[in-house]
Design a protein around this ligand. Structure first.
Ligand code: NAD
Length: 312
């Protein structure tokens, strides 16, 4: 299977590297010129669980694809949510009728974006608990373990999804087929929609958020809105279980961690994925006539902070 990973950031680099190490033909596509230059010059350089690893992988800017001869059986999307549509508009030279697309981005509603570019029966959705971080152009830090859960968006893609799961497992990516990936996506989005946005706004880590008196009522209100909208979307969420799942992070090892939206916005002054997390709940809530005041306020506050910080 020929694979093109689109978005050679932290996560795209992790998946590309682990698949490459398993002997899979992997090509990268990225929109950040400094990253492309660094990978062309010195290879993708990873701190892979404390071991320095360099992988020589072909990488293209989207504008180079038309003449590249790149062929992909599977495109794995790993841009940020807010970069997804603009990136896929530039991928037409490599998306054909038999190309599959796998989306493992955090957030809700990426299928609404991707359906414009790929047929439903060639779309795979999933979540991943792997982590990764960029330390500079062409450099990534890949620590710890993780897993992947995925499912074809339409039943006709199920056999291909099984092939992807098998290939990922050969690469040590710990993949499993999902019977209800949408529920998993919504459940993970509840984690991002509470911890990410609140820690980015309050400029604190997960443990410090958990020590505030407001943490519990905030979480309960936000997750209740996720639950109501998910229900209307045909995705039942057990909001009490999701609350316990999120609140457990306040006293876990992860409590010292600053969530990725904090890193993106407060540390690196980058635009956030909020429109596909809290913002998606607002959008989808409006479509169903469901009020989502907490998620609307969080989305607006994050956008205001993006402007104040001059995020790009
Ligand atoms: P990332 O920011 O590392 O990379 C995404 C894109 O942004 C890449 O194209 C990269 O080249 C570009 N980019 C990175 N830094 C840049 C800079 N300084 N200037 C210009 N462009 C830059 O994103 P990621 O962490 O790999 O996340 C991809 C998706 O996976 C997101 O939806 C994220 O929520 C999700 N995710 C991330 C993790 C994680 O641990 N990083 C875990 C699970 C899911």
């Amino acid at each position: 299977m020929k694979i093109t990973v689109v978005g050679a950031g932290g996560m795209g680099s992790r998946f590309a590297l682990m698949l490459h190490q398993a002997g899979v033909a992997v090509t990268l596509v990225d929109g950040w010129q400094a990253n492309i230059d660094a990978i062309r010059q010195a290879g993708l350089q990873a701190d892979f669980n404390g071991r320095a690893v360099t992988a020589r992988l072909p990488i293209y800017a989207p504008r180079e694809l038309a003449d590249s001869g790149v062929q992909a059986d599977l495109i794995i999307a790993f841009t940020k949510s807010n970069q997804l549509a603009a990136m896929f508009k530039q991928l037409t030279p490599i998306i054909h009728a038999d190309t599959y697309v796998l989306c493992l981005l955090n957030g809700i509603g990426h299928e609404d974006v991707l359906e414009e570019f790929v047929a439903k029966d060639h779309l795979l959705l999933g979540i991943t608990m792997w982590t990764a971080g960029m330390t500079g152009p062409g450099h990534v830090k890949l620590l710890g373990h993780g897993e992947v859960e995925l499912q074809s968006f339409a039943p006709a893609g199920a056999a291909f999804a099984d092939q992807v799961v098998a290939l990922f497992n050969q690469a040590g990516l710990n993949a499993r087929p999902s019977a209800n990936v949408k529920a998993s996506i919504w459940r993970k989005a509840c984690v991002n929609g509470t911890l990410n946005s609140l820690c980015a706004l309050l400029d604190c880590n997960i443990g410090a958020l958990g020590q505030t008196r407001e943490a519990e009522p905030f979480l309960r209100e936000i997750i209740a809105e996720f639950g109501a909208v998910a229900q209307a979307e045909g995705v039942p969420l057990d909001v009490a279980e999701v609350y316990d799942h999120v609140a457990a992070t306040f006293t876990a090892d992860i409590a010292v961690h600053y969530p990725s939206m904090h890193q993106d916005l407060v540390v690196n002054h980058r635009l956030t994925e909020v429109d596909f997390i809290n913002g998606a709940v607002v959008r989808k809530g409006q479509a169903h006539g469901i009020a989502t005041p907490y998620n609307a306020m969080l989305t607006q506050l994050i956008h205001a902070k993006e402007q104040l910080i001059g995020a790009k």
